[in-house]
Design a protein around this ligand. Structure first.
Ligand code: CA
Length: 703
């Protein structure tokens, strides 16, 4: 029996093409609650955000500050009293679809997206919902996402809340009333773009990227006037067709590093997650994505670095003018992206204070850059890496391991694989310990490209040949997950916390010497930040892949998290995570002495499998269609980590309505859109027969 993440990673690739679905020294620390900042969300502006590091009560921007440290200076909850931590309140979504959101808290109000891009304002002390805004997304658009519809959060600015939608809009909502202020379509709706990342508002401009490099799009970042929604600038990440002219000198420079007719494939480079901002240098940093399609031989025959794939780019926030870039993976070839969190701080390196930018990239290397000019200071692998032997500090370039480069014929085992060493799960830098805490995973894949690649519109376009992976036995590889405590000065590991599962959540550190992380085994865990000793944990009935935050209201400190599964590993893997932990997505807030209780987990599920008289041929047809159409959302074992319904346990009513659901779209409001455009009634019967047969097989095998 194939098992582990490689089996579902394999499946992920098999179905490709058919997707259906420096704190300041004066920062408050220690014993007392900092004096509350008088004001409201209407006062969140450039001046207030510049002081965010000292504004301990609040969490006003994605990484708490523009430096994206994810470190709270609050210390009312600390390593000595954290044992009395308990649930203060919870807010429950009506959906198990995932979340990756970092909530913001401003002056006692929590603002966050939940499932399906719904936006909420919630009393941060009580959990009482103040308002909800529904952007009415096109839920069918889930078929143009790699990993569900999860959203990573919001920005606040001068009384408004900003967020992106899966169907490519940037939306501004009045923070007091929950009413729409403005919205813009930031993507071409005829192309398979989506948005999962949180916007940032910098100097009055709301900045948003997009996703879709697995589908064949051209990535860019757009800035809009936060007040009016008028477009201020757009920075393209990869060049278009030179015959159409270049949008900027940066694109002219980039085009010289491409070959062939890459624009027909989109090119990729989508900036789908990270931004950071240094107000003193007046630089906005953009982390860019992988190439589209993945194989550089197909994308840019004849080679080339393919700027600005997998790069960190510094631009001027006023007009998007290019200043510098560091390309971590020239000629990106493995679905490596540099969209991971970029944390800014000052480090003393070689007797010199350096303004640095730090990133634990998907490629497995931890990079420390001089953020004034993009110079590489150091790079070291934080997990086993076999695509490159090291990064040459003289040239700043990785030294690829030639014998591991893949071609058409044979699969080449490479670590990390496409699920990465570290993806969007947030890391944290504690200025107290001087350590960066990285939710890391080991991942291996066997790469090869198809002999005859065919680009398809509005479809997966990742250019991998899964047959070679099968031949390589990639599914037997073992993966691991751990929380690394990393010294950014020596660029090396200090210690680690090992997990049994590999898809663990984002990280928070606090001045109370706390290190907080949601674990894939269904717990929220708190460790001593200085040495990793487990201080407290609690079952939360789901994974928690998003990052925790901390804030204070009325003199009490809270630790909060948007709890729920998300990402390709749980949605595809199902059994690879913890499918028994399938609570609806919730916001959970904890405080000392908190005594709230989560409801009892839903249980007592009964098997209700109808009898089918299906031929082997029908079952085979159903199996192939399931893999092609259903599996990206319902998982390889009919289980999707609790995010979509466990198909083994469909009720008799669901079995009776199977055709109406799949063809009639009767559950489209829950995200199960009609597939009448892809399937006929006989094919749906075949899928149904396969699901029932497979459910019997799986359940028999397990009990
Ligand atoms: Ca990708």
């Amino acid at each position: 029996m194939l098992h582990g993440p490689f089996r579902y990673l394999l499946t992920f690739l098999l179905v490709a093409g058919m997707a259906a679905c420096g704190r300041d020294d004066g920062a408050p620390q220690g014993e007392s609650v900092p004096a509350p900042v008088q004001g409201s969300v209407a006062d969140v502006d450039a001046e207030r955000l510049a002081q965010a590091a000292n504004d301990a009560n609040n969490w006003m921007t994605h990484g708490r500050t523009y430096a994206e440290e994810r470190y709270s200076p609050l210390a009312l909850i600390d390593e000595h009293n954290v044992r009395t931590l308990g649930l203060a309140w919870y807010w429950e979504s009506d959906s198990t679809m995932g979340t990756e959101a970092t909530p913001l808290v401003v002056d006692g109000v929590l603002y966050s997206t939940s499932t399906w891009n719904l936006l909420h304002a919630i009393d941060a002390a009580t959990g009482e919902e103040l308002w909800t805004y529904d952007p009415a997304i096109d839920r069918d658009w889930i078929r143009y996402t790699c990993c569900g519809t999860a959203n990573r959060g919001v920005a606040v600015w001068e009384g408004r809340v900003y967020f992106g939608t899966i169907d490519g809009r940037l939306v501004a909502v009045d923070a007091a009333t929950g009413k729409l202020a403005w919205e813009v379509q930031t993507t071409d709706p005829t192309k398979p773009y989506s948005i999962t990342g949180a916007p940032r508002v910098v100097k009055g401009k709301a900045v948003i990227g997009n996703s879709g490099a697995e589908f064949g799009v051209r990535g860019y970042v757009t800035a809009y006037d936060a007040a009016s929604g008028e477009q201020a600038w757009r920075f393209y990440i990869v060049p278009g067709n030179p015959a159409d002219g270049y949008e900027s000198p940066a694109m002219e420079m980039a085009a010289a590093t491409w070959n062939g007719e890459w624009w027909k494939y989109g090119g990729g480079g989508t900036a789908w997650d990270s931004f950071s901002f240094d107000p003193d240098l007046d630089l906005l940093y953009i982390g860019t994505g992988n190439g589209s399609p993945w194989s550089r031989d197909i994308r840019s025959p004849g080679g080339g670095d393919n700027l600005f794939l997998c790069s960190i780019i510094a631009v001027r926030p006023d007009d998007g003018e290019y200043v510098w870039h560091y390309q971590a993976v020239p000629g990106e070839n493995w679905d490596y992206n540099c969209t991971q969190q970029m944390t800014l701080t000052e480090l003393e390196i070689g007797g010199e204070k350096r303004k640095v930018l730090m990133q634990a990239a998907k490629s497995g290397f931890f990079y420390v850059l001089d953020r004034t000019n993009g110079e590489l200071i150091s790079a070291n692998n934080f997990v086993p890496v076999t695509w490159a032997s090291h990064v040459d500090l003289g040239t700043g370039r990785p030294v690829e391991i030639e014998e591991n480069l893949y071609g058409v014929e044979e699969g080449k085992r490479v670590a990390p694989g496409p699920m990465g060493a570290h993806v969007w799960h947030s890391m944290s830098y504690s200025p107290d310990t001087g350590l960066v805490y990285i939710p890391a995973r080991e991942d291996v894949w066997s790469y090869s490209r198809p002999a005859n690649y065919e680009h398809k519109e509005m479809s997966w376009n990742i250019s991998l040949n899964p047959d070679a992976a099968v031949a390589e036995g990639v599914m037997d590889f073992v993966t691991k997950g751990y929380l690394l405590a990393w010294d950014p000065i020596t660029n090396s590991e200090k210690w680690r916390i090992n997990y049994e599962r590999d898809w663990n959540g984002g990280v928070l550190t606090t001045a109370g010497n706390l290190l907080v992380q949601g674990a894939a085994d269904g717990r929220l865990a708190i460790y001593r930040a200085s040495d990793g000793e487990l201080l407290w944990d609690m079952p939360i009935q789901t994974g928690a892949t998003a990052a925790p935050i901390s804030y204070a209201v009325h003199g009490e400190q809270y630790i909060a998290i948007a709890a729920g599964w998300s990402g390709a590993v749980p949605i595809l893997g199902g059994g690879g995570t913890t499918p028994t932990h399938n609570a609806p997505m919730r916001f959970l807030a904890f405080k000392l002495g908190g005594a709230a209780k989560l409801p009892e987990p839903a249980g007592g599920r009964a098997l209700s499998l109808p009898d089918f008289d299906a031929s082997d041929e029908t079952l085979e047809q159903g199996s192939a269609l399931y893999v092609e159409i259903c599996q990206t959302c319902h998982g390889i074992n009919l289980v999707s980590g609790g995010m979509t319904p466990d198909l083994r346990y469909m009720s008799s009513e669901t079995h009776e309505q199977f055709q109406a659901i799949v063809l009639g779209g009767s559950r489209s409001a829950q995200g199960m859109s009609s597939f009448a455009d892809r399937l006929d009634s006989g094919q749906v019967d075949a899928i149904h027969a396969f699901i029932v047969s497979e459910a019997r097989r799986l359940m028999d095998g397990r009990r």
